[in-house]
Design a protein around this ligand. Structure first.
Ligand SMILES: C[S@@+](CC[C@H](N)C(=O)[O-])C[C@H]1O[C@@H](n2cnc3c(N)ncnc32)[C@H](O)[C@@H]1O
Length: 501
């Protein structure tokens, strides 16, 4: 439920996507930490190929979330491990497959959950294989890859890990764009800038894994055998982190996986979020509305756009329900502009490039976007203003004044409108042809996946295009008013005022 940060960047990309971690069962290992307790107690120190096959296949890489099979064992284990009695239970729900549903009447303003810190996974959690944990700490591995490795390590230990019931109830295939292949991203998300974000994120995960393998896993194969610690298991654990990890504001922003609390689904209509409560010493949230028995209880995963929700959590809210929705609009300098080089240099100086994305919301667009548009359209006679425009586009300006350049305002609006319209035509193209995208499907399973991904893409593109349509409407109206003189008069007046200052 938080954005990834601090992941190592290494550029490499593969085209393959496996839906569930695939492992080579023929392994020989001696690392005691890798064996379930029952075997350790029997003094098994070398595992033969025939012994490892069923062992590897039974690693609980989560479960299918359309079934409640693992949820009852999870609830039983949680209550035996100190989770106080709850006013909610895990159930099948309309929104989010499994979720937490009210058992009794719940009042507005009530604190719920009270998950004790002993049931929370953080970067400080004890490892069932302490030696593996020591290696990672010695190498100062950052929180995200540390937790991803922790999850794989605990999953591989099966019943020897105290988190067995929790891991068994995690989704086997977290719904995030990490699980879309490059071909699927190209096919379904061509019109949306989220495609770039998804590619970047997958690159980061692959880069992080390669880095970990080179620096650590290859040096300690007994603790981190490649059959278990590989790119597929890394994608699974990162998918889990992207869709379930929270940052706890009252614990200095500590990142954590909170069993039980992570069964709560997101609603754009609620504002309440998880946090550590110092008085009760547990993870809680405070309801911002009442719930009746049988009703699903929701929290907020943050003020995220539909694209960001699809990227991390693999769902798109119903059309028009997300007040935080936005679409990335790409603006570019014209290469034929005689001041192109000069403008580009200045943009670079302020950390921007010749092609830049800005968020467009239903409620409007940021000053930075307007500043970029001014810079893109300004003639060389306005050279003296280029730097302040570039600085304002980057948000690295000290003065937050509502700057305007009336002499080029009309061109700036037209420039934004042109970019909006070129983006709209990409969405139109995708939405028109999306009905005929599935003709080459060969199996029912493939058909289900295609239909599912296509529906998500159609929902995302429809919501993003809706924001672009709104911006197009406002821009056209502004331009029409300017051209018919109303605002033009005002601009001339402003121009005169400046002249006489
Ligand atoms: C923190 S988990 C919540 C529990 C999850 N439903 C489960 O069964 O494990 C986040 C995942 O729940 C699902 N989810 C959460 N809110 C949703 C919503 N409003 N609509 C659809 N799916 C949702 C998504 O699959 C997301 O990746």
């Amino acid at each position: 439920m938080v954005e990834a940060s601090g992941m190592r960047m290494m550029m490499m990309f593969t085209n393959t996507t496996t839906l569930i971690p695939a492992f080579n069962p023929t392994i020989h290992r001696t690392g005691l930490c890798q064996l379930p307790l029952s075997r350790r107690n029997n003094h098994v120190s070398v595992v033969s190929a025939t012994q490892t096959k069923p062992f590897m296949e039974t690693i609980p890489w989560g479960c299918e979330t359309d079934s409640l099979e693992s949820s009852s064992s999870l609830e039983k284990w949680l209550s035996e491990s100190g989770l106080p009695s709850q006013k909610m239970a895990i159930d099948k729900v309309d929104v989010g497959e499994r979720g937490l549903v009210a058992l009794n009447n719940i009042r507005k303003g009530e604190k719920l959950l009270f998950v004790p810190p002993s049931l929370v996974i953080t970067p400080d959690s004890e490892w069932s294989c302490p030696e593996a944990g020591e290696v990672l700490k010695k190498n100062s591995v950052p929180d995200w890859p540390l937790l991803a490795t922790y999850l794989i390590s605990e999953a591989s230990l099966m019943t020897s890990s105290r988190w067995f019931s929790y891991i068994s109830a995690l989704p086997r295939q977290p719904y995030s764009l990490l699980y879309w292949s490059q071909a699927e991203l190209d096919r379904y998300l061509e019109a949306s800038q989220i495609r770039e974000r998804a590619i970047e994120r997958t690159d980061n995960v692959i880069g992080t894994y390669n880095d970990m393998r080179a620096r650590i896993f290859s040096k300690y194969p007994d603790f981190f055998p490649e059959e278990v610690f590989n790119i597929e298991s890394f994608k699974w654990s990162f998918g889990i982190l992207f869709s379930r990890m929270v940052r706890l504001p009252s614990m200095d922003g500590k990142v954590a996986l909170v069993p039980w609390a992570d069964m709560l689904n997101h609603s754009c209509e609620v504002e309440t979020f998880l946090d550590y409560d110092k008085s009760t010493k547990g993870i809680v949230f405070t309801t911002d509305r009442p719930y009746q028995p049988g009703e699903q209880v929701f929290i907020s995963y943050g003020k995220k756009s539909n694209g960001e929700l699809l990227l991390s959590y693999g769902f798109v809210p119903k059309e028009g329900t997300n007040p935080s929705d936005s679409v990335e609009l790409s603006l570019s300098l014209e290469k034929s502009d005689e001041s192109y080089k000069e403008k580009l240099e200045l943009l670079k100086k302020y950390g921007l490039s010749g092609s830049q994305c800005f968020p467009l919301r239903v409620t409007g667009w940021p000053l930075e976007l307007m500043a970029y548009a001014y810079l893109a359209v300004s003639p060389s006679s306005m050279r003296g203003k280029f730097e302040e425009m570039a600085a304002a586009a980057s948000n690295k300006t000290t003065s937050k004044k509502d700057f305007r350049y009336p002499e080029i305002e009309e061109q700036a609006f037209q420039f934004i409108l042109d970019s909006c319209e070129s983006s709209i035509s990409k969405y139109n193209k995708f939405l028109q042809v999306s009905g005929s995208l599935d003709l080459d499907v060969t199996s029912p399973k493939q058909l289900n996946r295609r239909l599912f991904l296509k529906q998500l893409a159609v929902d995302l593109c429809t919501s993003e295009r809706r924001i672009l349509f709104r911006a197009q409407y406002i821009l056209r109206r502004r331009l029409r008013d300017m051209r018919t003189g109303e605002l033009k008069g005002l601009s001339i007046f402003n121009g005169f005022r400046k002249f006489f200052k």
